[in-house]
Ligand binder design. Structure first.
Ligand code: UD1
Ligand code: CA
Length: 467
């Protein structure tokens, strides 16, 4: 099997997006369109990935990530196309990167959902010596290049704008994706001209040349429109997003996940679920999220980069975002409603985090509870600690962050401020309303607040009667 070199065309303007952002950097499922294409291409284990940039080149080149192939990381090559004179001219710019012994697979940066198996089949159809085109039949082929055949044999691709009425009636269209032997491609591209309706160098004109040179042209016809759907406008982008989300929802349900409404789920990354997971409406999952067996997610939750262990329940309107450090929620924990878990929150089994409680960079031992209106930042909290309503760890002195350590079985009353660095010894109780600035010993009651006094004979001000 010949080596595969991938060329991704991404130099076009994307005028119909009506955006300052280059089209290929608009996102689908949270990732740039171009990143989806690079990802799919990399699954083919290509020798080389060349991205043609032009419009917004600096921005596009800065945004394209490297890709992982067989465990090693590779960067893509960029070839600039200035000015943009058509798809044939675009691929010409990649030629310096393409060795003669390979198969060149041409993709578009604005067609994000092609499946790797489809590309593999296309490369196989090319076999290293044939020109293979990915095609499909559309009920409404308007705008696309048409596959012109004589009998069964492909003769040419005719662009919509150049097509006669009879040619426009052809429903088999070219997807914009092809695989061609590199040596042949090189000679065909050299012979392109721009004598057509758009005065562009059309990549699609190489089909006639292949036929003239006696090189077999094979059409690999698929039926799944989503795989070749391009993004040209915000409407198409939103439609493709929904199609993609639908696919993910169906895949999850096929694994047994119960979705209250598959149309109201967004997965922007990877969501791995154990058995008997249920997800209510309007939930968004980002980055890498794992939900253990029996996890229940309430309505309107946003969960990013988190591992939620078996049996845990996340009540509605909770926001969990692990960013880089991640968030871990222990077995049978109860989170929310209206809870906020931030990077480095590590919650043990049976932890309860209630409404308007924020946890950041803190470890909570099994059974610890902070049920209402609290902040735990940079804290190590022991098992079975009860952290009262309105209590906070004051972790930031304006310059540095400090740690709070709370031993097992501590009871922190309501409305306390624990000024870090500070340790509350195991079994201790902190009286409600205390502001602790010193360590509190084990097993005792620590109170740090003004003593209550009763002032007799004190008179409340009274309103004077108007004169
Ligand atoms: C192209 C095909 C058409 C096919 C359709 C499928 C040609 C001439 N036509 O038409 O047969 O049915 O795709 O979607 O190839 N680009 C560059 N540089 C350029 C021009 C385009 O990099 O100078 C890039 C664009 O950014 C885009 C891709 O090439 O990613 C396709 O270009 P576009 O102008 O959208 O081609 P279509 O007219 O859609
Ligand atoms: Ca297009």
């Amino acid at each position: 099997m010949a080596e595969v070199d991938v060329v991704i065309m991404a130099a076009g303007k994307g005028t119909r997006m009506k955006s300052k952002l280059p089209k290929v950097l608009h996102t689908l499922a949270g990732r740039a369109l171009l990143a989806h294409v690079v990802d799919t291409a990399s699954s083919l284990l290509p020798r080389n990935v060349v991205v043609i940039t032009g419009h917004g080149a600096t921005e596009v080149e800065a945004a394209v990530p490297g890709y992982i192939c067989d465990g090693a990381e590779y960067s893509v090559n960029f070839a600039r196309q200035e000015p943009q004179l058509g798809t044939g001219h675009a691929v010409q710019q990649a030629l310096p990167f393409l060795a003669d012994d390979g198969v060149v697979l041409v993709l578009s940066g604005d067609v994000p959902l092609t499946q790797v198996d489809t590309l593999r089949q296309l490369v196989a159809a090319s076999g290293g010596d044939k020109l293979a085109l990915l095609t499909l039949e559309l009920p409404d082929p308007t705008g696309y290049g048409r596959i012109e055949r004589s009998g069964d044999a492909v003769q040419a691709i005719v662009e919509h704008k150049d097509a006669t009425e009879a040619q426009r009636a052809i429903r088999e269209i070219y997807s914009g994706i092809m695989a061609a032997p590199a040596t042949r491609l090189r000679t065909w591209l050299a012979r392109l001209d721009n004598r057509n309706a758009q005065s562009e160098y059309y990549l699609t004109d190489i089909v006639k040349m292949a036929v003239a040179d006696g090189v077999p042209v094979v059409a690999h016809k698929i039926t799944d429109e989503v795989q070749v759907a391009g993004v040209n406008s915000p409407v198409q982008l939103a439609e493709l997003e929904r199609a993609y989300q639908r696919q993910q929802a169906v895949a999850l349900m096929e694994q047994g996940v119960r979705l209250a409404d598959p149309a109201r789920l967004d997965v922007r990354g990877s969501l791995v679920c154990g058995q008997d997971v249920s997800i209510d409406v309007n939930c968004v999952f980002e980055g890498a999220v794992t939900l253990g067996e029996g996890v229940k997610i309430g309505a309107n939750c946003i969960i990013a980069n988190a591992r939620i262990a078996a049996g845990a329940i996340v009540h509605p309107f909770s926001h969990i975002d692990g960013e880089k450090a991640g968030v871990t929620v222990g077995v049978d924990a109860r989170i929310g409603p209206f809870a906020r878990l931030r990077p480095g929150a590590v919650l043990g089994a049976d932890v309860h985090i209630g409404n308007f409680v924020e946890v950041k960079n803190s470890t909570l031992g099994p059974g610890a509870k902070a049920n209402h209106l609290a902040y735990l930042g940079d804290a190590t909290v022991g098992a079975r600690v009860n952290f009262g309503a309105g209590s906070i760890t004051a972790n930031y002195d304006g310059v540095n962050k400090h740690r709070t350590v709370i031993g097992d079985d501590v009871h922190v009353g309501s409305n306390c401020v624990l000024v870090a660095p500070i340790t509350v010894g195991a079994g201790g109780t902190v009286g409600g309303g205390s502001t602790l600035t010193k360590d509190a010993p084990e097993g005792v009651l620590s109170v740090a607040r003004g003593r209550q006094v009763a002032i007799p004979h004190w008179k409340r001000a009274v309103k004077k009667a108007p004169l």
